[in-house]
Ligand binder design. Structure first.
Ligand SMILES: [Zn+2]
Length: 323
């Protein structure tokens, strides 16, 4: 599984960070999924190997502009690229009105269908080609959700030891067993489930929207491989600003991740006030240092174009760093 960060800034873009967007796909697959689509996301996509022709679904976490203003441009470009395949969008109901209003205002008839699923009426797990997806309600100034992605379609492995022990010689029937098919060999019925096992446990990732209460994710942390969550500012800044924006501090997020014993935490959605040296203002390292003093698992602060691979053993590796 791969996570590719397309935007990691909160509210407004900076020279180094665009606003929220994160791509998810099975390693090596063409099809991919997008969580949030801040303005300029389509420009970011152009710097990756992702193609809007192979985008299967877009998930919007909440209605704030830094998470959705990129939708109309992306849809228009998909049309101009000749897309005809339907695209799924899972989002608050208001996003459908937003899209329709822009398409109508700019007289843009799309060449493909949008299968729109409103979050308000979503009460079940959604199934896509590579993932099952569940929404988790969060706490923010407006309704906001996290998306829980659980991998599906994991291949089977042959239990060669058992096949040998039962004196079942190799042949095309081994292939069929591995495909999950029961076969008859020399009058003997062989059940695939007796001679195969699932290659690995399904990988699970949560990508959160804006949220001031990470504890809301606690019921979904069992077996979770990676949590991607906002850490807009430090605790000190959060105390200074007060609770009104309803964002999460690096400290609050790190404490939660520690309490849940999460193996991998990726922080994102950083306030533009946090910069890199030689800036004389607030530094992004302040958020990293704060989180590290409360969390002992593997911590990453996402940068635009960071490309992470989550292995079948649940190890998270930064394949392509942004710079
Ligand atoms: Zn927001």
């Amino acid at each position: 599984m791969e996570l590719i960060f397309l935007g990691t800034s909160a509210g407004s873009p900076t020279k180094r960070r665009n606003v929220s967007a994160c791509a998810l796909r099975k390693f090596g697959a063409k099809r991919w999924y997008l969580v949030d689509c801040g303005e300029g996301t389509q420009h970011q996509i152009l710097h990756t190997k992702l193609s809007i022709m192979h985008l299967e679904a877009i998930f919007i976490t909440h209605i704030h502009g830094d998470h959705c203003y990129g939708l109309p441009g992306l849809l228009a470009s998909a049309m101009m690229s000749g897309r005809t395949e339907a695209l799924s969008i899972v989002a608050p109901q208001a996003i459908q009105r937003f899209i329709e209003a822009v398409l109508d205002t700019t007289e843009l008839p799309l060449s493909f269908e949008i299968n729109f699923q409103s979050l308000e009426s979503l009460d079940k797990t959604l199934k896509f080609r590579h993932f099952k997806v569940q929404k988790i309600s969060l706490s923010h100034r407006v309704a906001s959700v996290a998306y829980h992605f659980c991998e599906t379609g994991i291949g089977l492995r042959l239990d060669v030891e058992k096949l040998n022990a039962d004196k079942i010689a190799s042949g095309p029937h081994w292939n069929q067993l591995q495909k999950g098919l029961d076969v008859e060999v020399e009058g003997q019925n062989l059940r695939s489930s007796d001679y195969t096992f699932v290659a690995h446990a399904p990988r699970k990732v949560i990508i959160g929207g804006d949220n001031d209460s990470p504890q809301l994710l606690a019921p979904f942390c069992e077996g979770l491989d990676v949590l991607v969550h906002e850490a807009t500012y430090s605790q000190q800044m959060s105390d200074k600003i007060g609770p009104a924006p309803q964002h999460c501090s690096a400290k609050a997020l790190a404490e939660f991740a520690q309490q849940q014993q999460l193996g991998n935490l990726i922080m994102t959605h950083f306030s533009p006030r946090y910069q890199y040296p030689p800036s004389k203002g607030l530094l992004i390292t302040e958020l990293e240092d704060e989180a590290k003093s409360y969390y002992s698992g593997q911590l990453h602060l996402a940068n635009d174009f960071d490309n992470f691979r989550l292995t079948s053993k649940g190890e998270l590796k930064l394949l392509i760093p942004s710079s």
